[in-house]
Design a protein around this ligand. Structure first.
Ligand code: ATP
Length: 427
């Protein structure tokens, strides 16, 4: 097969600074007697004609002399080295460039895996799918030549997601959602044997053996994909979620909550409130809607969801849902609505809108649009000016003012003062 060269495509698709970095990396490596390659997603995407500015470089032998050369060439100050992993991150303008020594993991007996230098072939063969094993030569003599050691080009052209070996999914179960994510992103199909291995790994309980934190990262990646709900649907069909924890027993209902969640998030962004919400976490709450509280806590702990606000949302979920009955009965009760939602992180409130009836959704909109911004203008100081002493009575009056404000009956400072004077007169 003739060699494929993507020099021109790289030059056309990358910003000049990134293209120059590739050229200089190749040159510097070559003067040091080393070979550098572009690898991973950006090679795959360049071949597909898709934009990808996440430049990953590997150097066969040792990357750090090349990193030093680049620092000197570009006058770089900022480089992060992870020597244990044989990697480095460079920052240039607003771009991040990852450079690593070609490497593999070794498992010395009874100890954690160790990252050790390896050949390019070994480095590429530990990757997830053939389409992700493609490399591009940065050597000045062969700059732009595609290096295809694992059959990636053929699969890329045929639109196929294929693992490199039989143990791939059990070795790293995070590859299960990755396979589905890439398949839907590119409109590719998962090759039959790969699909069978995936099902087998799920049925054998492999997903639970994965690193929870990495599984969560992958979930977040899925939520950022254009075809996110199709990916989630495929993963439901494949049984991935129930392999993590039991209780994902309403895929259709969950998918409709997720879609509704997306619409609610769109609405929330549109009204441009100051408070930022974590979109992925709203989706996470939607995805786990069918789980009992204990299963949700167990899963969140394993995934290492973390964060005070998120843990509070998880803790309060069932209580908040339980309190919706009162809102359903009296959707005009502004104070009641405020009381239910004001102690909940906003992500939980948005999720509740996504799963709730139109009445509950209306209450959430009212809460976010109006009630959550209600603040009394009056303070204790003004009350003191009216002759009230500090103490429980003052607290009670401030609470009553707040309730009246929630009800929309007090607008200005004068309204509030009049209301308080009335209260004082009535004793
Ligand atoms: P994306 O466009 O979603 O960022 P990507 O392919 O660039 O996709 P990364 O997660 O940034 O994905 O990974 C970079 C490269 O590292 C991949 O192309 C692949 O070669 C390798 N890789 C990533 N995750 C795994 C994994 N779980 N197992 C094996 N190789 C992986």
């Amino acid at each position: 097969m003739p060699e494929k060269n993507i020099l021109k495509t790289l030059e056309a698709s990358l910003p000049p600074i990134l293209f120059n970095i590739l050229v200089d990396t190749g040159r510097i490596a070559s003067t040091l007697g080393l070979k550098a390659y572009g690898v991973g997603g950006f090679v795959r995407d360049t071949l597909l004609g898709r934009k990808n500015l996440d430049v990953d470089i590997v150097v066969e032998g040792e990357c750090y002399p090349v990193v030093d050369g680049l620092m000197e060439r570009y006058g770089l100050m900022e480089v992060i080295r992870h020597e244990r992993f044989l990697t480095a991150e460079l920052y240039l303008d607003s771009y991040r460039i990852d450079i690593a020594t070609t490497r593999k993991e070794e498992y010395p007996r009874a100890s954690l895996p160790q990252v050790v230098p390896a050949t390019l072939r070994e480095d590429l063969s530990r990757r997830d799918f053939t389409i992700n094993t493609l490399a591009v030569c940065l050597d000045p003599e062969r700059f732009g030549t595609v290096v295809d050691l694992c059959g990636g080009l053929k699969d890329l052209e045929a639109g196929i997601i294929r693992v490199l070996h039989k143990e791939s999914f059990t070795e790293d179960p995070v590859r299960i959602p990755r396979a589905v994510r890439f398949a839907l992103r590119f409109g590719f199909r998962i090759e039959e044997a790969t699909e069978a291995l995936m099902v087998e790994a799920i049925e054998g309980g492999a997903p639970r053996e994965a690193s929870g934190r990495r599984m969560l990262d992958e979930l977040v990646n899925i939520f950022e994909e254009e075809r996110r709900w199709q990916i989630v649907e495929r993963l439901f069909d494949a049984g991935l979620f129930n392999a993590l924890v039991d209780g994902f027993d309403n895929p259709e209902g969950t998918l409709s909550i997720l879609r509704k969640g997306e619409a609610i998030l769109g609405w929330y962004e549109g009204i441009r409130k100051e408070e930022e919400v974590e979109q992925w976490f709203v989706y996470f709450l939607c995805l786990t809607d069918s789980l009992e509280g204990d299963a949700l806590r167990k899963l969140s702990c394993w995934l290492d969801v973390g964060g005070k606000r998120r843990l509070l949302a998880i803790e309060k979920r069932d209580e908040a849902i339980g309190a919706l009955e009162a809102i359903e009965k009296d959707p005009e009760d502004r104070v009641g609505i405020y009381e239910v939602f004001s102690s909940c992180p906003l992500e939980l409130v948005l999720y509740i809108a996504a799963r709730g009836s139109p009445v509950v959704e209306g209450a959430v909109r009212l809460y976010i649009e109006e009630l959550m911004d209600v603040r009394p203008i009056l303070t204790g100081r003004e009350l003191k000016g009216l002759g009230l002493a500090e103490g429980p009575r003052m607290g009670e009056i401030l609470r009553l003012v707040f309730r009246e404000k929630l009800e929309g009956r007090l607008q200005t400072l004068e309204d509030e003062l009049r209301f308080v004077k009335d209260l004082i007169e009535k004793g």
